[in-house]
Design a protein around this ligand. Structure first.
Ligand SMILES: [Zn+2]
Length: 141
């Protein structure tokens, strides 16, 4: 009885070369690296959104509204990172929402007398990879 021989150009062909202590041939190496690439791509694609940042329940020195908005901004960032990989169609809407939330955060921080990260964050965002260009001016009536 003849053992089944792994065909060259497959992953098992590659493994056979390795078992025999040989240098894998071209087709086997290609098959192996293709498989490795696929596995990496699968590993990179989480099925569910990443664990959410814990909500700041009792928000110490920071006013509740500021804490809430900071939390939302963080959630939207996580959500965008997730959407880029899993649902790119949602990224633009989420970026817009995050920008609006950052604007609110900036106002809330200003009102609370905090020299906040909101404005910095907004500035970075408008320049950064999520940039959708400058916000459109409010329509005057
Ligand atoms: Zn081979």
């Amino acid at each position: 009885m003849v053992a089944q021989v792994a065909v060259c150009g497959t992953r098992s062909g590659y493994n056979r070369h390795r078992r025999l202590g040989e240098e894998a041939c071209g087709p086997c190496r290609a098959a192996n690296s293709r498989r490795v690439r696929e596995q990496r791509a699968e590993a990179r694609r989480p099925e569910v959104p990443p664990a959410l940042v814990p909500h700041p329940g009792a928000a110490g020195a920071v006013p509740d509204r500021v804490a809430e908005l900071r939390w939302q901004v963080e959630q939207l960032r996580e959500g965008m990172v997730w959407a880029v990989v899993n649902d790119p169609g949602k990224v633009a809407a989420m970026a817009r929402e995050r920008r609006e939330t950052l604007g609110e955060l900036e106002q809330a921080e200003h009102a609370a007398g905090i020299d906040g990260a909101g404005s910095d964050e907004l500035g970075r965002m408008l320049e950064g990879p999520w940039s959708l260009g400058p916000p459109s001016p409010p329509s005057s009536s």
